[in-house]
Write a protein that binds this ligand. Structure first.
Ligand SMILES: [Zn+2]
Length: 250
């Protein structure tokens, strides 16, 4: 039994496979993460030459057979190659980091139209943002919610009032919440966030995604913030994701 799937998709990564083919990872609107074999993609006269770059939004058609893990691409049409963003060296790494996170954290075969559209909004927002790092940090916060471990920066999770509310800058990677010295003994992995970081993150969390790109607040020291959120994601998922696309900047 096979099912015809036609869906919008974002190209996450394409790797060479056998002599003239590629295996392409897509984040699709209908089916979530999908890997497709693209036969003959590397042949000189392939109509797909140049169309398999990361970040291109395309429409794909393939037959889905549950008996095999790799499906074969039948058709691909370009929707938006995101040319401008791809040559924008200040912004491009941040969207690539989003794609890396998608690839590393989501499971195959779980489509989510709302999250797909959110990702597309994040990409077009980054294209226009004066602070592209805001977009990635916002995306990371939303991703943690989506994956079921939303971060809460409001108060200590130990909740031993009133001491709990005195100190604010230690954060438990296990709980995804702040923790005061009194509650330290609950153990686990801790991170420090200074006050300006906490205010920044709380503001971002409260913002509407359409306004992030235009938002005026930002944090000059955004690199450590991304590092801390990444450690949080890695601890929660027991992964070792590193954002290669940001290595030049971090
Ligand atoms: Zn406490």
């Amino acid at each position: 039994m096979s099912e015809i799937i036609r869906t919008k998709a974002l190209i996450l990564q394409a790797i060479r496979w056998q002599d003239s083919s590629k295996i392409v990872s897509f984040y699709t609107e209908e089916e979530g993460l999908v890997k497709l074999i693209v036969r003959g993609a590397l042949r000189n006269k392939s109509p797909l030459a140049g169309k398999l770059e990361s970040l291109s939004e395309v429409s794909v058609l393939y037959y889905k057979k549950d008996t095999r893990s790799l499906q074969i691409l039948k058709e691909l049409d370009m929707i938006d190659p995101h040319h401008v963003l791809r040559t924008d060296y200040r912004r491009y790494p941040f969207v690539l980091a989003m794609l890396e996170l998608i690839r590393a954290t989501l499971e195959e075969g779980h489509g989510d139209v709302v999250f797909y559209r959110f990702l597309m909004q994040m990409i077009s927002g980054t294209e226009q943002s004066a602070h592209p790092e805001n977009m990635l940090i916002f995306f990371m916060l939303k991703l943690t919610s989506y994956l079921g471990f939303k971060v809460d920066f409001t108060d200590c999770f130990g909740q031993k009032h009133p001491q709990c509310l005195q100190e604010i800058n230690t954060f438990s990677l296990n709980e995804g919440r702040r923790v005061c010295t009194d509650c330290y003994r609950l153990g686990g992995y801790l991170e420090r966030f200074d006050k300006s970081e906490l205010i920044y993150l709380q503001n971002l969390q409260k913002s509407h995604y359409r306004r992030i790109g235009l938002s005026e607040y930002h944090h000059r020291e955004w690199k450590p913030i991304i590092g801390k959120l990444l450690r949080y994601i890695n601890l929660q998922l027991e992964t070792e994701i590193s954002l290669h696309s940001l290595e030049m900047m971090l």
